[in-house]
Design a protein around this ligand. Structure first.
Ligand SMILES: [Zn+2]
Length: 221
């Protein structure tokens, strides 16, 4: 019997593991709405003031993490907002990144039987993470992150909007992001693994191969 629940697919993984790319490919394949947490934060930033603005803006610009209660509130707000949208569901990337976020989100999902959730971990090692981020380019206009592939390497402008592509490889920032991941996000991964909710995918394969594994992990046709 087909499920009446809507899909909520959550991508977790180290920086450079391809969460954004995989989320957008899956969304396109299944007709899901793709929501990135950085997009939620960018939407919210102009509405903030005072202390809240300070708490969010600096870590967001420095590759740190914004307070977990703030981001959790915004993510759940967004999930509630998109419930009424047509379509089969949502793909979320970029959250949860910290244990308290993961716990709150899990509580929300347990309370609310609306969603059929899948939590996918795209696993890559530190060397791969740094190499990928050193070689990827980011659009100066729409901020689309173009992963390095031989085909993408030939592009001179952003495939989404025609904007200018820039390299954004700052060694210290790359290492800091990995450190933040190890300290803050690994506990999230362990938590979902212990809960029996985690599906693990080898993220170091080609984009197409990872996509195949993602679709297979969802076990839906
Ligand atoms: Zn662009």
């Amino acid at each position: 019997m087909p499920s009446l629940k809507k899909l909520l697919v959550i991508f977790i993984g180290p920086p450079g593991s391809g969460k954004g790319t995989q989320a957008s490919m899956l969304a396109e394949k299944l007709g899901l709405t793709h929501i990135g947490s950085s997009e939620i934060i960018r939407e919210k930033l102009p509405t903030l003031s005072g202390e809240e603005k300070e708490l969010v803006e600096k870590p967001f610009n420095d590759g740190g993490l914004i307070p977990s209660d703030v981001i959790t509130k915004w993510v759940i707000e967004k999930l509630e907002k998109v419930k009424s949208l047509k379509g089969k569901g949502i793909v979320l990337d970029g959250s949860p990144r910290m244990l308290p976020e993961a716990e709150s989100l899990n509580q929300y999902l347990k309370r609310d039987s609306f969603w059929q959730e899948y939590i996918l971990f795209l696993d890559i090692k530190v060397d791969e993470s740094i190499w990928r981020r050193e070689h990827r380019r980011v659009c100066a206009n729409c901020r689309y992150a173009l992963p390095y592939t031989p085909e993408n390497a030939k592009l001179t402008v952003c495939p989404k909007c025609g904007g200018q592509l820039m390299k954004r490889a700052d060694e210290t920032a790359l290492e800091k992001r990995w450190q933040v991941y190890e300290e803050q996000t690994l506990p999230v991964i362990n938590y979902f693994r212990e809960q029996g909710l985690l599906k693990e995918i080898n993220g170091s394969q080609s984009i197409e191969k990872v996509h195949e594994d993602v679709v297979r992990a969802l076990n839906i046709d």
